[in-house]
Design a protein. Structure first.
Length: 67
């Protein structure tokens, strides 16, 4: 049996409808500078947020999770 030892965990992400932006908005307290928006789908906003976090982690843009 294989065990993966990882110290990081998936951040809690909230997706809500923003009437002002006329879109679903995904954000997380762990990544306060990142948001993703999609005008058609909450799931698409979530997917875009996850891709954005992964991109930032790969690039090392200096955005760190909040403590």
């Amino acid at each position: 049996m294989n065990t993966i030892d990882r110290t990081d965990s998936a951040p809690a992400v909230r997706v809500s409808w923003s009437a002002g932006e006329a879109a679903y908005v995904a954000r997380s307290d762990r990544f306060p500078g990142l948001t993703a928006r999609n005008e058609w789908s909450a799931l698409a906003a979530l997917d875009e947020f996850i891709e954005l976090v992964e991109h930032v982690r790969r690039q090392g843009d200096g955005v760190r999770p909040a403590a």
